[in-house]
Design a protein around this ligand. Structure first.
Ligand code: FMI
Length: 343
C-alpha cells in the first residue's frame, strides 16, 4: 500500500479521488467505483492505507447515489424554509453561502493545503479564526443534518449547504460533486488566509490570484454580496448591500453603479460606504467600481443577470473544488429545488 501511495503522490499534485477497485458506488455518473484519497501532505505515515483503515467514513460516502445527496439537499432546504426567523427574517441562506466560501477560501495553490477537501472547519482553530466570526451559526444549523446523514463528509456537507442555499434563494443551478474526505486536525490551515475587507483593488486582485481567480471571476463571486448583511459583532461592518437580502440576483452590481455612496467611519471605527437607502459597501466592494478592469464586468452583470448567473456558477464551482482532482468520469449532480419537487 505504501509503495502505491508513493507513486500516486509523485504523479499527482492535487488532492485526488481514485478508482482503485470494485466497491459499489454510483455518484454522479452512475459508475461503480471506490474512492480513495491521495494527499501529498500525507506522505509517509498517512498514505492510502492509513486512510482506508482509519476513517471508514469515505467508504460509506462512496456508496451513495445522486438521490442520496438530493435527500441531504432537501433536508437543508426544508430547514432553511422552516427556520426563517434567523437574522431578522433573512434566514440561514446567506450564512450558509458564506460558510461554503470561507471553508474553501483557505486553499493555497502552492502546496495545495487548506480548501474544502478536508472539512477542517470543524476543528477549533479554523472555527475560531477571527475572519470566521458568525459562521458558527451556519455550522450549528447543519449539525442536525449531519446527524441525519452521518455518512457525508464535512467538506461535502459545507459545500452542499452553500449550493442548496443559492438554489433555494432563486439563484442558478450549481452542479456539485461529492467526494471530499475528512482530514485530521493537524491539516487545519492556520488563521489569516481569508481576505481583509478594508483594502483596495490591488489587494483584492493579488489575494484572489492565490486561488487562481481572474478579474471576471472575482467580480462574479462578489455578486453573492447581494445576500445577507454585515454585522458589527462579526466583522465590525454593519448593514445589507441591498434590499433583497435572501434573493440571489444581480442587485449588488446595480446598487454599486446607481446608489449615491458616502464614505463614513462607522460606530466600530471601520470605514464603510453607506447609501441614502441604508445599503452599505465594503472598501473591497467599492474597489470593483474604482478599478476600470473590474468596472467593466460590474457594468456587464448589472445589465445582464444571465451573464452574471453563468459566470457565477463557474466561479463558485471552481471555488468549492479548488485543490481537488475528481476522477474524470464523475459527472456532477444537479439538484432539484424544493419547488421543482412540489415540496
Ligand atoms: Fe463576503 N463578506 N467577502 N463573500 N459574504 C461578508 C458577508 C458575506 C468579504 C467580506 C465580507 C465573498 C468574498 C468576500 C458572502 C459571500 C461571499 C462580510 C460580513 C464581510 C466583511 C460578515 C458579517 O457577518 O459581518 C471579502 C471582501 C473579504 C473577506 C471577500 O473577498 C465571496 C467569494 C462570497 C461567496 C461567493 C455572504 C453571502 C455574506 C453574508 C453573510 C451573512 O451572514 O449575511
Amino acid at each position: 500500500m505504501s509503495a502505491m501511495s508513493a507513486t500516486i503522490t509523485k504523479t499527482f499534485n492535487k488532492k485526488s479521488l481514485y478508482l482503485l477497485s470494485g466497491a459499489t458506488a454510483a455518484v454522479g455518473a452512475g459508475v461503480a467505483f471506490k474512492w480513495y484519497q491521495n494527499d501529498n501532505r500525507n506522505k509517509g505515515s498517512k498514505g492510502l492505507g492509513a486512510l482506508a483503515a482509519g476513517t471508514g467514513m469515505h467508504i460509506a460516502q462512496c456508496q451513495k447515489k445522486p438521490e442520496d445527496y438530493q435527500k441531504v439537499y432537501n433536508a437543508i432546504a426544508l430547514k432553511i424554509r422552516e427556520e426563517d426567523e434567523y437574522d431578522n427574517y433573512i434566514g440561514y441562506g446567506p450564512v450558509l453561502v458564506r460558510l461554503a466560501w470561507h471553508i474553501s477560501g483557505t486553499w493555497e495553490k502552492n502546496d495545495n493545503s487548506g480548501g474544502s477537501f478536508g472539512g477542517t472547519y470543524r476543528f477549533k482553530k479554523e472555527m475560531n479564526d477571527p475572519s470566521n466570526k458568525g459562521l458558527q451559526n451556519g455550522f450549528k444549523f447543519l449539525g442536525p443534518v449531519l446527524e441525519q446523514f452521518p455518512w457525508i463528509s464535512h467538506g461535502d456537507l459545507y459545500t452542499l449547504g452553500g449550493v442548496t442555499a443559492i438554489q433555494e434563494m432563486q439563484g442558478p443551478k450549481i452542479p456539485w460533486r461529492a467526494g471530499r474526505v475528512d482530514e485530521p486536525e493537524d491539516k487545519t490551515p492556520d488563521n489569516g488566509r481569508l481576505p481583509d475587507a478594508s483594502r483596495d483593488a490591488d489587494y483584492v486582485r493579488k489575494f484572489y490570484t492565490r486561488m487562481n481567480f481572474g478579474d471576471r471571476e472575482v467580480v462574479a463571486l462578489l455578486g453573492a454580496h447581494a445576500l445577507g448583511k454585515t454585522h458589527y459583532k462579526n466583522s465590525g461592518f454593519e448593514g445589507p448591500w441591498g434590499a433583497a437580502t435572501n434573493v440571489f440576483s444581480n442587485e449588488y452590481y446595480v446598487n454599486l453603479l446607481n446608489e449615491h455612496w458616502k464614505l463614513n467611519k462607522n460606530e466600530a471605527g471601520q470605514m464603510q460606504y453607506d447609501s441614502d437607502k441604508g445599503y452599505m459597501m465594503l472598501p473591497t466592494d467599492m474597489a470593483l467600481i474604482q478599478d476600470p478592469k473590474y468596472l467593466k464586468f460590474v457594468k456587464e452583470y448589472a445589465n445582464n443577470q444571465d451573464a452574471f448567473f453563468k459566470d457565477f456558477v463557474k466561479a463558485f464551482s471552481k471555488l468549492i473544488e479548488n485543490g481537488i482532482e475528481f476522477p474524470k468520469d464523475i459527472k456532477a449532480t444537479t439538484f432539484k429545488t424544493l419547488d421543482e419537487q412540489d415540496m
